[in-house]
Design a protein around this ligand. Structure first.
Ligand code: A2P
Length: 341
């Protein structure tokens, strides 16, 4: 397209939508106009953007007239219904829900890993699952050197991954418990304050959760390599912002811990924080508000050959969602792909 795009943020009042607006502003995304869309509940409310405010409009079938690019973070049901309507009106969609991720016609993109998959887009581009994004940013440079055979991952995921209501729920529960009241749970099946829930998204017949299978299937799709075997345990922890992951990575050729540090120090979007003697390692309180994926505690697995353990932390709302989406929007602009083929 010859002029700067008109951009709609769908789900603009949510935890991720607000961050999308912030990042569009911070990175000076050259939008001709930005439109904030949410449900009828929020229509008319105002959100700060640049030097002024945006008035939130209700998302309807007619919302995409004259819009070139829509970035969605309003849940799977809204994406399923409205993303195809947006594409029909000539608008390219970058969708943060899981609705389209495994559709073979839809590129699933992490710009540091597979930006060229954007070239084949047919209107919808999917933003991967938050835990998957921070994992593949670290896996890709190691895969390029040693070819990854297997990954065992356990996650420690912040409540902000479940949206603004979950952030509120953890805050309320902490207050309730300190006031000797019973904790009320609406978002999660059990109290999340001072607890851990080995349950993210629905359970499937194979005993895994949907979140765990997202990490398996999305990793293969993004890395473009079905031979990488991934197994995951995903756990919700009482942290507000920042997902952590323990990774065990087995490679075909040996990568020493020293080599891994060197490779990762040069990898785009990665910051190595790994000096145990000085108590330097990644933590959610360091990653929150930052753009990089932090990696530390890199060490060789002593129980088997050619395997590494490491600890990976990123801001799930930024790199895990809003930032990755805006980075995709930037690549679409650079590659002149803001058009429906
Ligand atoms: P609203 O605030 O009007 O409910 P979060 O993930 O933090 O819960 O945010 C979800 C975002 O998606 C919010 O902006 C919410 O708007 C929006 N949303 C949810 N369902 C719909 C829908 N059916 N149509 C439009 N926006 C929706």
């Amino acid at each position: 397209m010859s002029s700067n795009p008109v951009v709609a943020v769908v789900g603009a009042t949510g935890a991720v939508g607000r961050e999308m607006l912030k990042i569009l502003e911070q990175r000076n995304y050259p939008a001709r106009e930005v439109i904030a869309l949410a449900s009828a509940r929020s229509a008319g409310s105002r959100i700060e953007y640049k030097d002024g405010e945006l008035t939130v409009q209700e998302l309807t079938e007619n919302s995409f007239k004259g819009v070139d690019l829509a970035i969605f973070s309003a849940g799977g049901a809204a994406s399923e219904k409205f993303a195809p309507l947006a594409v029909q009106s000539g608008c390219v969609v970058v969708d943060n829900s899981s609705a389209w991720r495994m559709d073979p016609k839809v590129p699933l993109v992490v710009p540091e890993v597979n930006p060229d998959d954007l070239d084949q887009h047919q209107g919808i581009i999917a933003n991967p699952n938050c835990s998957t994004i921070q994992m593949v940013v670290v896996l890709k440079p190691l895969h390029d050197v040693g070819k990854i055979k297997r990954v065992v991952v356990s996650t420690y995921q912040a409540v902000s991954g479940s949206g603004q209501k979950a952030v509120q729920e953890l805050e309320n529960q902490v207050k309730q418990l300190f006031s000797m009241q019973e904790a009320t749970s609406n978002v999660y099946p059990y109290q999340i304050a001072f607890n851990c829930l080995p349950h993210i998204d629905a359970f499937l017949d194979n005993g895994y959760t949907k979140e765990e299978m997202k990490m398996v299937n999305e990793t293969n799709k993004i890395m473009g390599d079905e031979s990488i075997r991934v197994t995951a345990t995903t756990v919700r922890v009482p942290v507000f912002y920042g997902h952590s992951e323990s990774l065990n990575i087995q490679t075909e050729t040996k990568i020493t811990s020293e080599d891994a540090r060197t490779i990762l120090a040069q990898a785009p979007g990665v910051r190595v924080l790994d000096n145990p003697s000085e108590k330097i390692y990644p933590m959610p309180i360091i990653a929150a508000g930052q753009d990089e994926t932090f990696v530390g505690r890199i060490r060789e697995d002593q129980s088997t050959d050619n395997a590494l353990n490491m600890w990976v932390v990123a801001d799930n709302i930024r790199k895990g969602a809003a930032l990755n989406t805006v980075q995709i929007a930037e690549f679409l602009l650079i590659k002149d792909l803001i058009r429906v083929p």
